[in-house]
Structures are given as C-alpha cells and as structure tokens.
Design a protein around this ligand. Structure first.
Ligand SMILES: [Fe+2]
Length: 275
C-alpha cells in the first residue's frame, strides 16, 4: 500500500531529527522500502525561535533531489509550537505551511496543559484561510484525561493527526487514547513523527495493525488519500463530521466556529429528548 507521511523529521541538522545527510539517506532508504511515496518534513519551530525560522528549510532543495532518486515526493512544512505570538509572525510562517500554499499548518501543543488561548489561536489560523492540524493529540495529558478538550479544538476548525507509534503501543495511555479517537472516527490522517533510522519506520507497521480494526478503504484514507489532499492544498472534509460523536463535538461549536456556544438549560433538555 502506498503511504504519504506528513509529519516526520528528515532534514539534517535543523532540529532534533537526523544530524547529517548520511542519516537522512538511511531514513530515505527505509521510507522507499516501506512504499512511502510522499513526505513532508516538519522541522520544529519552537516558541521564541523566530530568528531561525528561515533556517528551518535549510537543505530542502537537496532533499527534494535525493528523495526523487528514490521515487519519493517532498513537500516542505513545519511543526509549529502553539504560542500566542504566532499570528504576529504570519508572513514568516506562510512558507512553513504545507507546500507553502497557506492552506494547512501542523501545530503542536504543550503536553501537560491545554493553553487558554488554544481556540483563539486556531481561529486566527482559520480567519487567514489556513486549516490548523493538531499534531499527535493522543500524547497530550489534557486529551488523555478528557477528550472533550479535543472536541473544542475540532469545533474550532482543526483537523487531527494521530501518531503511528501510539497505535503500536495500545497498552499505554497515549495508545489507548489514539485507538479511542480512531474508533470514534475523529482522526483525519496518520503520520510517523519519525526522527531517526532507529527504531525502524513505524507507519507501515501501524497499517498492518489497523488491518484487524478497519476496512481497507478507511485505512487508505488515513495514510494516503487525506494526506495527499492536504499536501496538494485541496479541501478535506473533517473526519468528525461523520463521526458517531459529532453531536458532542458540535456542542462546542458557536456556528462561527471559535467560541463555545452559550446554552440555556432547556436547550440541554432538548438535546436529551432528541436522543
Ligand atoms: Fe514532530
């Protein structure tokens, strides 16, 4: 099965990914062996890191060349740390959206606390025409404890990327959360968040594991159809729209999509009656 991976660290010596081209080459060899046809290297852009934003794509042209020799297409992107000053840096950030198209951006949140500005920040993306993608929500303690925190971000217009490594460790809190999100139909696509040749590439292994749980059409959507659409800058229907918990997600939507809707007590009664 061909794979598209929109979250991994492949550019040498720009973040905590591979330190040199030799390591990047070893990773490209594994990617090709796993039938990966499209990748988006997503170097970290940490909070307060603005001086070096231009450096984050250093080596991208060379990577495009080297990957093409192995039959892999490369689209530039980044993993943006969710900080309240992102909107002020918009001009710098646009080249770091997927393919520089200004349509989709990968956003990483603090593990331990959901920031108070989270929905506001996602709204800032949306008003600029960029759909934010939440990177690996299954790792966030505040999602593990209460998935309604993720519902709020979905209602604010975000898509969800779950990590292949979590699916391979179903006994851990992040693995349990990942599988629950998947079974609730809230996951838009999967990615590896791979940083180094060891441990070996996890996305193809996760696909094998998924075969017992989902049909092949659903799996293809998660690892090929949706990520390719995102890389091309095309519109994607959020997975949660057809999820069994869509009414719970909608409860956090104001219609304009940013703030939780205020409800009167009798509106809750109405919802209960509709069930
Ligand atoms: Fe990452």
């Amino acid at each position: 099965m061909p794979l598209a991976d929109l979250h991994l660290h492949l550019l040498p010596a720009v973040d905590d990914g591979p330190p040199d081209w030799e390591t990047t080459e070893a990773m490209l060899t594994q990617l090709a062996a796993n039938d990966v046809k499209l990748v988006a290297p997503t170097p970290h852009v940490w909070e307060g890191d603005w001086q070096q934003v231009g450096e984050r794509h250093r080596g991208l042209d060379a990577l495009v060349q080297r990957a093409a020799e192995k039959g892999i297409q490369v689209v530039g992107a980044a993993e943006l740390w969710a900080s309240p000053d992102l909107p002020e840096r918009w001009e710098q950030l646009l080249p770091l959206t997927y393919g520089g198209k200004g349509k989709y951006a990968l956003v990483e949140f603090d593990l331990s606390e959901m920031p108070l500005f989270a929905e506001w920040l996602l709204f800032q993306f949306k008003v600029r025409g960029v759909t934010p993608i939440i990177a690996h929500p299954e790792r966030y303690f505040w999602v593990q404890e209460d998935e309604r925190n993720l519902y709020r971000l979905l209602a604010a217009g975000a898509l969800v990327q779950v990590g292949a490594d979590a699916l391979l460790r179903p006994e851990t809190p992040m693995g349990k959360t990942a599988w629950r999100l998947l079974q609730n139909g809230l996951v838009d696509f999967l990615a590896s968040d791979w940083h180094a040749p060891e441990p070996s590439y996890p996305l193809a292994q996760a696909v094998q594991k998924l075969k017992g749980a989902l049909n092949s059409e659903a799996i293809t959507r998660l690892v090929w159809v949706v990520p390719r659409q995102i890389a091309a800058g095309n519109t994607v229907q959020p997975a949660w729209h057809s999820s069994p918990v869509r009414h719970e997600v909608q409860a956090f939507s104001s219609g304009s999509g940013n703030l939780p809707r205020r409800r009167h007590w009798w509106q809750f009664l109405w919802r209960w009656r509709k069930r």
